[in-house]
Design a protein around this ligand. Structure first.
Ligand code: TNX
Length: 498
């Protein structure tokens, strides 16, 4: 009986599209039971990337795939050209072996994601499959357009635990996403344990604190630390957000000293926004925030701390300014770089501060001024990148205040053209936020994320010249069978030839 033949992949069948692809149709490389993975000698990180590749390949191939500095026909080397930057790589697939070269371990990790996608979809199976594990021959040279390619998960409106967030990281990294922004606090709930302020999580992380009174939950410091380490091993930086001065009902419910009159506010689990505010003129506010920011900074190895700043309709313009000007130095004191929703740019910012543009208007003066002053901007326009927007009017999950977003709409824009005064050189990158008012499970999260996140990931990584909807939708179709085997839920948008 002959073995079933797996469908072969083309060298360019990758999301995000690589910068340069030179196929060699005459050549293939086939992984077999004798294949070993050779990693750069003396680099524990390269070894870890090798182990990551082996862990991806072992279940479906059933091969041993040893990883070491000795022999091996799949080589992950750190002698790449400096022009590749931290995340770039060169991948050569020849008849006698596969060689990935990078200048830094993150580049090898990116190369591994490409290798994974170049194998037949059966590679995602959890048990051994019979067939030939053949890679298309040729050479890829690849590096990201933007340094920051993010996703955001709102664990305040609905809590998602350590295992769910790890699983989310696992699916995101396949598209070379390198930041996960965690929206940790909001009006409904406070989801990160803070020493000295235990009621934040005891009360506002307790039962019934999700939207509409759904489940409890918060991350202990140990949980958060475990997540940060898990993400870091996959070259993902966690960006923690403590939203302020609005979106603070949960904090003011737990601690009455944070309200204007010292009386605790009632718990709220509805989806309204813009009704709560820290008190800009009260010293208790800043004593509290000094503790919170110090702790979050201490738990977070990444450079960023997100202070929210959005929808502060319950804060006067003067108080907003006072408040932001008091908080900026606190973040600096604990050696983090401020990220904030772009409303923050209504206040004069240091050039290290990063506004994240989220609205749907065609212009924003504050963001443009900040960019002119040297700030880098993260682009998350709600009408393109918001993963919580419905795909169509019929979508059972999601909201529609920014319109509906099908895959073509998520793909059909460019961050350098989005806001006057904010061009390519002003951009740190792009992020796709997922707010969780209507979500209840990891399946819901995945259904809203896939297949739109790959569109945002490609916009963030691939050179503009590669942007092509027809090519993208064909490449995207290949993920249907992969996600099914991985157990990742997705919305089977009719625009895609699955
Ligand atoms: C706006 S986007 C918000 C969130 C909501 C979201 C729902 C932003 C910075 N604030 O509070 O969850 O819309 O789409």
């Amino acid at each position: 009986m002959s073995e079933p033949v797996f469908e072969r992949r083309g060298l360019g069948d990758v999301i995000p599209a690589p910068a340069e692809v030179r196929p060699d149709q005459a050549v293939t490389f086939t992984i077999d039971e004798g294949t070993a993975i050779r990693t750069a000698p003396g680099s524990p990180e390269a070894h870890r990337v090798g182990e990551h590749l082996a862990a991806v390949l072992r279940p479906a191939t059933g091969f041993a795939l040893p990883v070491g500095a000795g022999d091996g026909t799949i080589a992950l080397l750190l002698d790449g050209d400096d022009t590749l930057g931290d995340e770039g790589y060169e991948l050569e697939i020849a008849a006698d072996g596969v060689t990935a070269r990078a200048a830094a371990p993150a580049g090898l990790f990116a190369a591994v994601q490409t290798i994974r996608q170049l194998l037949p979809a059966e590679i995602e199976a959890g048990t051994p499959q019979a067939g030939a594990w053949t890679l298309p021959g040729g050479r890829i040279t690849d590096r990201p357009r933007f340094a920051y390619r993010g996703a955001m998960l709102d664990i305040a409106r609905h809590f998602f635990g350590v295992d769910e967030i790890k699983s989310y990281v696992d699916s995101l990294v396949q598209f070379k996403i390198n930041h996960l922004h965690l929206h940790l606090t909001d009006d409904q709930g406070w989801r990160l344990e803070i020493d000295g302020w235990p009621l934040l999580t005891e009360i506002s992380g307790g039962a019934g604190t999700g939207v509409d009174g759904t489940g409890p939950g918060f991350l202990t410091k140990a949980d958060y630390t475990e997540l940060v380490a898990y993400a870091e091993e996959r070259f993902v930086t966690i960006v923690p957000e403590i939203d302020m001065p609005g979106h603070v009902n949960a904090a003011q419910h737990a601690y009455p000293e944070l309200t204007a009159d010292g009386v605790a506010v009632p718990q709220r689990t509805d989806s309204e926004v813009g009704y709560s505010s820290f008190v800009a003129g009260k010293e208790e506010t800043y004593a509290f925030l000094d503790d919170v920011i110090r702790e979050v900074a201490a738990l977070t190895p990444g450079p960023y701390l997100h202070i929210g700043g959005d929808e502060a309709q319950a804060t006067t313009a003067e108080d907003y300014r006072t408040f932001i000007q008091r908080v900026l130095p606190l973040v600096a004191k604990y050696e983090k770089r401020v990220v904030g929703w772009h409303e923050m740019a209504g206040v004069e910012l240091p050039e290290t501060a990063i506004p994240q543009y989220w609205r749907i208007e065609a212009t924003d003066e504050g963001t443009a001024r900040a960019a002119a002053n040297g700030s880098k901007v993260i682009m998350s326009p709600a009408d393109r990148t918001y993963l919580d927007m419905k795909y169509t009017a019929e979508s059972p999950l999601g909201l529609d205040w920014a319109g509906t977003i099908d895959v073509e709409r998520a793909y059909g824009w460019d961050p350098a053209d989005r806001l006057p005064g904010v061009g390519e050189e002003h951009l740190l990158g792009v992020e796709a936020p997922l707010w969780s008012e209507t979500l209840r499970s990891l399946t819901d999260v995945e259904t809203m994320t896939y297949p739109r996140l790959p569109a945002i990931a490609e916009i963030g990584w691939s050179p503009r010249v590669t942007h092509d909807w027809e090519s993208f939708r064909t490449r995207l179709a290949a993920f249907g069978p992969r996600w099914r085997r991985q157990g990742v839920a997705f919305h089977a948008s009719p625009e895609i030839p699955w």
